[in-house]
Design a protein around this ligand. Structure first.
Ligand code: PLP
Length: 383
């Protein structure tokens, strides 16, 4: 086993920041109260949640009452989409989204189809970008929700969400943004984004796993998806994960404090990776050349399987990702790459490298020195 893992899978998850852990620790040990209890220990827990909510609201430029804490990004997406859908059944049954969303959105829409909802999947271009005009054209008198991601988790393309939000606002259609990949990397001002609902997940920005955030603009009617107590203003029953909530807020605050310093560094590392790896014959950048997440370098290599690249990188202690998913023994190419119009064979050879604040120039040097050889070897083996 190599001495140190070169971790290049920050879109999958990130390590908890040590300062965030420090902020969380008291809520596992001395401050273990239930936030619903009226004695001092309970009130401390509630104060910690209130303060976390204020910190998050500050970054999203919204009211603290518009923030709900959930159990993950997937839950935030589910609550936003099902919550609006089931609360708006009298108004209509039509949802607009894109074919490149995360499964937390796609599978939620598919689930709703069982209850009579209908989904329109907007086309995307070869970079994975939605044309905002298509959103306007797809809206009907039955439309109750538009859901478009801020930035794609596989190829890093940033969507024109503020413009889409402007169109939705003009037609009075609620607009949900899955901002799980954008959290900690792109501006989250919900006013500037014209967002009515926005999902985040703490483990993507050096916070704990198992904590999601949902912004829901005042006046949005959401049917709760968990029945029980009246926590989170009745939007999400269940005893609050106080330590997790404190960690999520502290991680979000740190990410935006450090953004001006961290992002230019990541962009420089990303651009070195892209320029270096595109010199490999038969390599293609996937996603938009400039409108992409600062940490995302993703590619397709002709004539090989992404999974084989991953296994070879893993032997060298390098963690990366491919868009392909292993289902029942066969490897399916990524739905995102196929929606972008990539040929199936090429989509099989996808590799996603996502940088984080711990990565160095030396990490990039290592990738640039080992990857061309791995690809040549795999091509020699026939993929
Ligand atoms: N949405 C996007 C765009 C994601 O990338 C992810 C996770 O990778 C999710 C939603 C789900 O978040 P979580 O893992 O917190 O459920």
């Amino acid at each position: 086993m190599p001495e140190r893992t070169i971790y290049l899978d920050h879109a999958a998850t990130t390590a908890l920041d040590a300062r965030v852990l420090d902020a969380m620790l008291p809520y596992f040990t001395t401050e273990y109260g239930n936030a619903s209890s009226i004695y001092t220990l309970g009130r401390h827990a509630m104060q910690a949640i209130d303060s976390a909510r204020e910190q998050v609201a500050d970054i999203l430029a919204c009211r603290p009452t518009e923030i709900s804490f959930t159990g993950c990004g997937s839950e935030s997406d589910n609550l936003a989409i099902k919550g609006i859908a089931f609360a708006s059944q009298k108004k209509g049954n039509h949802i607009i989204t894109t074919p490149i969303e995360h499964h937390a959105v796609l599978h939620t829409c598919q689930y709703l189809e069982r209850f009579g909802f209908k989904t329109t999947y907007l086309p995307v271009d070869t970079y994975g970008r939605v044309n905002p005009d298509d959103v306007g054209r797809a809206i009907t008198d039955q439309t109750i929700l538009v859901s478009v991601m801020y930035a794609n988790n596989e190829v890093g393309t940033i969507e024109p969400v503020a413009e889409i939000g402007r169109i939705c606002r003009a037609k009075k259609i609620p607009f949900h943004i899955d901002a799980v990949q954008a959290g900690g990397a792109l501006p989250l001002d919900v006013v500037a984004l014209n967002a009515d609902l926005l999902s985040l997940s703490a483990h993507k920005f050096y916070g704990p796993k198992g904590v999601g955030i949902l912004y829901g603009r005042q006046g949005m009617r959401l049917l709760p998806q968990l029945q029980g107590g009246s926590q989170e203003r009745g939007r999400r029953a269940g005893t609050e994960n106080v330590a997790g909530i404190v960690g999520a807020a502290s991680a979000l605050r740190l990410a935006y404090e450090e953004l001006p310093r961290v992002m230019p560094r990541l962009i420089a590392l990303r651009d070195r990776l892209i320029a270096g790896l595109l010199t490999i014959p038969g390599s293609h950048l996937t996603g938009h050349p400039t409108e992409r997440l600062p940490n995302n370098a993703s590619f397709c290599f002709e004539g090989i399987e992404g999974e084989s690249i991953l296994l070879n990188l893993d032997l060298l202690g390098i963690a990366a990702s491919t868009g392909s998913a292993c289902t029942s023994g066969s490897v399916d190419p990524s739905h995102v790459l196929l929606a972008m119009g990539l040929p199936v064979e090429l989509a099989h050879g996808s590799l996603r490298l996502t940088l984080g604040k711990g990565n160095t120039n030396e990490d990039v040097d290592t990738i640039l020195s080992v990857l061309p050889g791995i690809i040549e070897k795999l091509r020699g083996l026939g993929g």
